[in-house]
Design a protein around this ligand. Structure first.
Ligand SMILES: *Cc1c(COP(=O)(O)O)cnc(C)c1O
Length: 404
């Protein structure tokens, strides 16, 4: 027997609901089938009841689906859920985190505009700006993330957009988002924040004053290393342009990936809490080890922006870095001695990963650029997963043992 549900009714009463509730329920509009789980719509196009309805849909006079490059019901649940979690008017999903960053720049900037990017952003983000956007006449300058006066001094009359990652990879540097948003707005520019490392469970950049949030959903939103995806969230004023670009250019999210990310979001805060508490314990423990020169983790009182991190974030994140005594040779020996932790550059997975940034994620930078980003040859990055703390300590102890 089929229960007659009112099609399109929001699945749940969510007025005033907290983050944990929104993460489980926001965005789901139950179909007439009465399904409890989020439905997966595998269809490239949609059928109209008449030629007149088709014409009205194409003209945008009647709401509804036309083609899955424009809208897909499963992807829409994900978009509405992210908008709810980030406190955004609107969100739009993309095929990857890089597609999200591309969509923001392509839709908001034109030839002759100037973009300020924080110096320590994700490697492919730098390549996107350097190799491609510059070719189309977008001016790009890089600013040290945490230095507000350097930001102030870098504005030009044509500065349109500021793009930052806070906390940064791999040194967990932060910027005061509220202060930077104020500076951006004083200069008539927009602030976009890549919120990949914190997720809305730990930080909501829009509530802090930013205009746009981007994510690589590939990381903690999936949380189990399965799918690539991304999302842009913000006010409708800017989002309409971003949506327009994505519908035309096509790097949209697959419905299957959206469904996987929806399942990831349901456990997001619980996972982030577990990631953070294990990372915090490992950072404290590593700081005590004789073979370790320095640990970079915003949860440690030794971190220069510990107080800002406490104020701005609900947790300190799960990516930590440390310098070993003995340079690159010791760092590689340390990494090779681990047996449990995976040697890979990915992060935001339930499996803990270890990497040598100077020869992998930051390997294509010139030595001076690496030095100015604070990444030296003895640095190791660990993205802490969900394994048992004692097992992770035991594995890192293998690394400590071989460097003496
Ligand atoms: C991984 C990552 C990206 C790019 O995301 P993809 O999904 O791999 O395209 C962007 N920003 C940050 C901070 C990332 O870690």
């Amino acid at each position: 027997m089929t229960i007659e549900w009112e099609a399109g009714r929001l699945d749940s009463e969510l007025e005033g609901a907290a983050l944990d509730t929104l993460a489980v329920r926001a965005g789901q509009h139950r179909t007439p089938e009465g399904e409890h789980g989020e439905p997966l719509f595998f269809t490239s196009s949609y059928v109209f009841r008449s030629a007149a309805e088709a014409a009205a849909r194409f003209a945008g006079e009647q709401p509804g689906n036309v083609y899955s490059r424009y809208t897909n019901p499963t992807v829409r649940i994900f978009e509405e859920r992210i908008a709810a979690l980030e406190g955004a008017e609107q969100a739009v999903a993309t095929s990857s985190g890089m597609a999200a960053i591309m969509a923001v720049t392509m839709s908001l900037c034109s030839a002759g505009d100037h973009v300020l990017v924080s110096r320590s952003v994700f490697g492919s983000t730098v390549s996107l700006f350097e190799k491609y956007f510059k070719r189309f006449g977008v001016e790009v300058d890089y600013v040290p993330l945490s230095d507000l006066s350097a930001w102030e001094q870098s504005f030009k009359p044509n500065t349109k957009l500021l793009f930052v990652e806070s906390p940064s990879n791999p040194l967990a540097e932060l910027v005061d988002i509220t202060a930077l948003a104020r500076v951006a707005h004083e200069h008539g520019a927009l602030l976009a924040v890549d919120n990949c490392f914190c997720t809305p469970a730990l930080q909501q950049p829009l509530a802090l004053g930013a205009d746009i949030v981007v994510h690589s959903a590939t990381k903690y939103i999936d949380g189990q290393g399965r799918c690539l995806g991304g999302v842009v969230a913000g006010r409708s004023e800017q989002m309409n342009d971003v949506v327009g670009f994505l519908r035309t250019a096509g790097p949209t999210m697959s419905p299957f990936n959206a469904w996987v990310f929806l399942k990831g979001l349901e456990t997001l805060r619980l996972r982030m809490q577990a990631h953070c508490s294990t990372a915090f314990a490992l950072a404290e423990w590593l700081e005590q080890q004789p073979g370790i020169e320095r640990v970079y983790y915003a949860g440690l009182p030794s971190h220069p922006q510990h107080e800002l991190a406490r104020r701005q974030q609900k947790g300190f994140g799960a990516v930590l870095s440390f310098e070993v005594k003995g340079g690159k040779e010791a760092a590689w020996r340390f990494i090779d001695a681990t047996r449990l932790i995976s040697i890979t550059a990915n992060l935001g997975d339930s499996k803990t990963t270890i990497t040598h940034p100077a020869s992998t994620t930051h390997g294509r930078l010139a030595p001076e650029e690496r030095a100015s980003a604070g990444i030296n040859d003895s640095l190791i990055r660990v993205a802490v997963g969900l394994e048992d703390l004692q097992d992770l300590k035991a594995d890192l102890s293998r690394g400590l043992a071989v460097i003496g």
